[in-house]
Design a protein around this ligand. Structure first.
Ligand SMILES: [Zn+2]
Length: 130
């Protein structure tokens, strides 16, 4: 994966979801890896999460990852994501209450039965020539 991938545009709720993940990774990395900026491993994780959001077949209708029926993360990234979420989740309410509450509300939305054709962020991007 290249550095450029993260410059890819995410639309609407996908962008908000990325911001939420980014905030959680920052909390986790700061407390566990003690580097001034994000460490290489966490940077790589964020890039991976960004690409998964871009390619999610649900697009902006995407359910939250915890309740999603599609398991799109590779095993090692999934494991790391669980560690990050478990640690940063409860800390998000204090540090980023708006993002945290939005996410909690999103968890209550029903899961779309099936992704619509061409709903992914990537598909939308390509159709806009981005
Ligand atoms: Zn880290």
């Amino acid at each position: 994966m290249t550095q450029q991938d993260k410059a890819i545009t995410l639309f609407g709720s996908l962008k908000t979801e990325y911001k939420t993940i980014e905030a959680m990774v920052k909390i986790y990395c700061k407390d566990h890896h003690k580097t001034a900026t994000l460490c290489e491993q966490c940077e790589d994780f964020l890039q991976y999460a960004h690409t998964r959001l871009d390619r999610c077949p649900y697009g902006e209708e995407k359910p939250t990852c915890r309740i999603c029926p599609i398991h799109c993360y590779k095993a090692d990234y999934k494991l790391l994501s669980q560690k990050i979420m478990r640690y940063a989740g409860p800390r998000m309410l204090l540090k980023h209450p708006v993002l945290a509450v939005r996410h909690l509300i999103a968890e209550k939305r029903p899961i779309p039965v099936k992704p619509a054709a061409g709903a992914s962020n990537r598909h939308k991007r390509k159709s806009l020539g981005q």
